[in-house]
Design a protein around this ligand. Structure first.
Ligand code: NAD
Ligand code: DAU
Length: 365
């Protein structure tokens, strides 16, 4: 039975992974290590916090001694490394935190794993899984083939450059020291617990309030969208049967221009307001509450500097080798996600009005 250290487990994908794993492997020991930055939220882990197999540790991945202690003390043999600064716009305005967490932090994790697992020989076998992004491959022209595992790296933002550097360090620790690593490079996730600074949750929250929906540039940038549950399943397959030293791309196989995606989301919202009569009184400022269309809120705004034009993912390798298939269609996933935000208004309000920050200050700082 694996014993896992999940870094960044209080963030969006990390928390979804914790729920995914503990549902399927309820007896596995699972420790979350998370610094609880603005993106980390203990409310995301509320449903599992009292389980005996689960432990939360507030700490920084750059604290190598802490990571070594956890690996030793808990007899852990598996690291699933999510912790990162993850928002491209923030990396443009303040790259330092991205170098510190994504590059130095990943190196700290690798050093600890090497010391405990390779030098200390604390466990008979081990696995270090690194969660990375398709953004390391750069930007595609409209007719370029999708990114595959041998596409040369060409990161364009401080975020993607920091993730690319971390990927190289992971690779180097395998080749030089024999650390049993795997890496996944994944496309744009969406789903529950997604922080409302990223495109989909930001648009949901804005349209419910009747606020403008800002589309960068001409809205024709293309992303591949993946429901977070499919990402978690992909990582589970890699942990179970992925080959050490290998890289696996994970995607949803659905390319969409940003404008089209936001228009689809607006239609999902309009339909929900027609079907669920209470929404009009809960969100009176949404145009759909007055029989209007949410898409009327769309506004084109100044483009993101260096904005990558297109991402597309070839996930043939993980499909062939590990039997991966994305199960959630974009339309169904957007409906389900919209409904999650309707049902969990307390969650995003707490994140956005600062009350969660104040709660954390009282309890953890
Ligand atoms: P997120 O920003 O929602 O969560 C990041 C988590 O890491 C937070 O809980 C935060 O508190 C924690 N953290 C940050 N710095 C830390 C530090 N120094 N020490 C310990 N914990 C720290 O991110 P996410 O969207 O869930 O992404 C998770 C991982 O997946 C990242 O590595 C990201 O690069 C990668 N990824 C994300 C996407 C996506 O669409 N969101 C797609 C592909 C890959
Ligand atoms: O591709 C995987 C990456 O996807 C992950 O590695 C990143 O961690 C994750 O944040 C995401 O990066 P993006 O930059 O693609 O995601 P974001 O939600 O910020 O933006 C998606 C697209 O929407 C992008 O083309 C920019 C555009 N956008 C975004 C925002 C926030 C807008 O047009 N308006 C907006 O307000």
């Amino acid at each position: 039975m694996p014993r896992l250290l999940v870094t960044g487990g209080a963030g969006f994908i990390g928390a979804n992974f914790v729920h995914h794993w503990l549902e399927r492997h309820p007896d596995d020991r699972l420790i979350v290590l998370d610094a609880l930055t603005y993106a980390g939220n203990l409310a995301n882990l509320e449903p599992v916090k009292d389980r005996s197999a689960f432990r939360f540790v507030r700490g920084d991945i750059r604290d190598t001694a802490l990571v070594e202690e956890l690996l030793r003390e808990e007899g852990l043999d598996t690291v699933v490394h999510f912790a990162a600064e993850s928002h491209v716009d923030r990396s443009i305005h303040g790259p330092d935190a991205f170098i510190e967490t994504n590059v130095q932090g990943t190196h700290s994790m690798l050093k600890a794993a090497r010391k405990v697992w390779l030098e200390g020989r604390t466990v008979p076998s081990h696995r270090f899984h690194h969660v990375s992004t398709d953004e390391v491959y750069g930007s595609l022209a409209p007719d370029d083939p999708a990114f595959h595992e041998r596409t040369p790296y060409a990161p364009n933002s401080p975020y993607s450059a920091s993730k690319a550097a971390s990927d190289h360090l992971v690779r180097a620790y395998h080749h030089t020291y024999g650390l049993a690593v795997t890496t996944s490079n994944c496309s744009n996730n969406y789903g529950p617990f997604h922080f409302p600074e990223k495109l989909i949750p930001l648009m949901i929250v804005n349209l419910l309030h009747g606020k403008e929906l800002p589309i960068y540039g001409d809205g024709r940038n293309v992303r591949d969208w993946l429901h977070v549950s499919d990402h978690c399943r992909g990582i589970e397959l890699i942990l179970q049967d992925g080959r050490p030293g290998e890289v696996y791309n994970i995607g949803g196989g659905v390319e969409s221009e940003n404008l089209t995606l936001v228009e689809t989301l607006c239609r999902v919202a309009d339909a929900a307001f027609t079907e669920q009569k209470d929404l009009g009184s809960r969100f009176p400022d949404c145009p759909a509450a007055r029989g209007g269309k949410a898409s009327g809120l769309i506004r084109f705004v100044k483009d993101r500097p260096g904005h990558d034009r297109r991402y597309a993912i070839d996930c043939g390798k993980i499909e062939r080798e590990l039997g991966y298939r994305a199960a959630v269609t974009l339309e169904a996933g957007l409906r389900e996600t919209f409904n999650w935000y309707l049902a969990n208004e307390w969650w995003w309000r707490a994140v956005m009005d600062g009350s969660y920050e104040r709660w954390i200050d009282t309890h953890y700082r």
